[in-house]
Design a protein around this ligand. Structure first.
Ligand code: AMP
Ligand code: MG
Length: 458
């Protein structure tokens, strides 16, 4: 048993974009959760990760080269030129057993050069929340960062009241964000942005050979991901450019939540007072964020300034079509048939009747008779006439998602020291197509979601 070998290619290549930092000393570190399956996929030894040396490593105090990554970001439309990892560290990169390069990253380990007055810490509830929701998203087939571990620190931290402190260790295809490119543009010269975008392209799309092709690949990957969010009723809640990855993976599960009733105007985040990041706005916000990426990258598109702007404009002009195609594909998958008129009527019926989205989707696989009660006999008859592939639907429409009321209750118990309800919910949402009983698929009681709020920076 020994410490894993990590690479530090990003930190070595981009000293301008990182600050050396290590985890702060912790009074009483304890491993609360370890994702053993993921550990093995990463080629890490779960036994070693559980050892005192392993836990020290997960908290960014193992003595390896750890850094906080810099990034900027448009937050709710306003540019913050210097955000960065204010409470997180890049432990390094590793190559998993499938040969893919993954970042290993830990969040909640103490202040860094980017903390801007924050305490650099994480609270146990929100770290457990990110672990569960990101692993649920992975099980649902959505590109996402993944959760390797939650370690409680033994600290009591201030979050309104006093709550237990913890760190979340996660992996990602990379932690490069639109905000990373914006940051390079703000602090560096043309060469830095060029090198960063070349690095990102070689890491995520090695077959591509131009910056413009890479930009379009980011657009496609993000559109595919958000089309999946929209099918599942996922609301990210804080789609700032610093929370939009270049890889297309979903990142940062602070104020996210799933909607129950299909009301496209739904948003839960307590700081999103105008509903900028409401469910239905997510595709348009992606377009807005991509425009910020295009602005940061534009000089790379062509040596000639006018030609570069034209290429950026042409790529952005393609976005509505790219989005529409991604959405159509997801809708066709959801219904097991690609009839455009039927799909349009399905969306209209969902909006009009606002049923529970997850259980309604499930009826497509399970019970056309019960479905007819929700969306009407006519639509169901027209759908069945097209011989939909209902076998495929069985592995597409989850029985279990992290419903707000269940997750909230499980986290309250976990913070009080009882992990059992949390672990039961985790088991169901990470194996979402199998029957785990009716209790964990119950929609929220009347009125719960209307009052439910989520929080950032927790
Ligand atoms: P987020 O809302 O988690 O995407 O975070 C936005 C920015 O705030 C990032 O730069 C974070 O590193 C920073 N941040 C969030 N919470 C804290 C904290 N407790 N201490 C320091 N920085 C934080
Ligand atoms: Mg963030």
């Amino acid at each position: 048993m020994s410490a894993p070998h990590l690479d530090h290619r990003f930190a070595d290549a981009f000293p301008e974009l990182v600050h050396a930092a290590r985890g702060e000393p912790q009074p009483d570190p304890r491993l609360i959760l370890l994702n053993e399956t993921l550990a093995r996929e990463l080629g890490l030894d779960p036994g070693w990760l559980r050892s005192p040396e392993g836990v020290t490593f997960l908290l960014g105090r193992g003595g390896g080269r750890t850094v906080a990554m810099g990034y900027a970001g448009h937050q709710f439309g306003q540019l913050s030129p210097r955000l960065g990892d204010g409470r997180a560290l890049l432990l390094g990169e590793l190559t998993d057993t499938a040969g893919r390069v993954r970042d290993l990253h830990t969040k909640g380990t103490g202040p860094t050069a980017f903390s801007r007055g924050g305490d650099g810490r994480g609270a146990l509830g929100p770290m457990l929340r990110e672990y569960l929701v990101s692993e649920a998203m992975h099980a649902l087939g959505v590109p996402t960062t993944r959760a390797l571990a939650v370690v409680s620190t033994g600290r009591k931290i201030q979050r309104g009241g006093v709550v237990p402190g913890a760190a979340l260790v996660r992996t990602a295809a990379s932690h490069l964000r639109i905000g990373t490119v914006q940051y390079a543009r703000l602090i560096g010269d043309e060469d830095l942005v060029d090198r960063l975008c070349t690095y990102a392209r070689e890491r995520h799309h090695p077959a591509l050979d131009t910056h413009e092709a890479f930009f379009r690949a980011v657009m496609h990957a993000q559109a595919e991901t958000i089309a999946k969010w929209m099918r599942l009723g996922f609301i990210h809640g804080v789609m700032n450019t610093d929370n939009t990855t270049l890889s297309g993976e979903t990142i940062d599960y602070g104020p996210c939540a799933f909607l129950d009733r299909f009301d496209p105007a739904t948003f839960f985040s307590s700081i999103d007072t105008h509903g900028r990041y409401a469910f239905r706005n997510q595709p348009a916000i992606l377009g807005w964020n991509l425009a910020r990426l295009a602005e940061a990258m534009v000089p790379l598109f062509d040596a000639d300034e006018n030609a570069a702007v034209e290429k950026a404009q042409a790529a952005m002009d393609d976005f509505p079509g790219v989005w529409e195609k991604a959405q159509e594909r997801e809708l066709a998958r959801a219904l097991g048939t690609s009839d455009a008129d039927l799909g349009r009527r399905w969306l209209e019926l969902l909006e009009e009747r606002a049923p529970d989205l997850t259980s309604t989707h499930r009826l497509l696989a399970d019970s056309p008779t019960a479905l007819a009660e929700v969306v009407g006999r006519e639509w169901v008859a027209d759908w069945q006439a097209l011989s939909p592939d209902t076998a495929a639907l069985d592995r597409l429409h989850p029985r279990y998602i992290p419903r707000n009321h269940l997750l909230q209750a499980a986290l309250t118990d976990a913070e009080a020291g009882d992990l059992v309800p949390y672990l039961q919910l985790l088991a169901a949402v990470t194996d979402p197509y199998t029957d785990h009983g009716p209790e964990l698929r119950r929609p929220a009681p009347e009125g719960f979601d209307e009052m439910f709020r989520t929080f950032c920076g927790t």
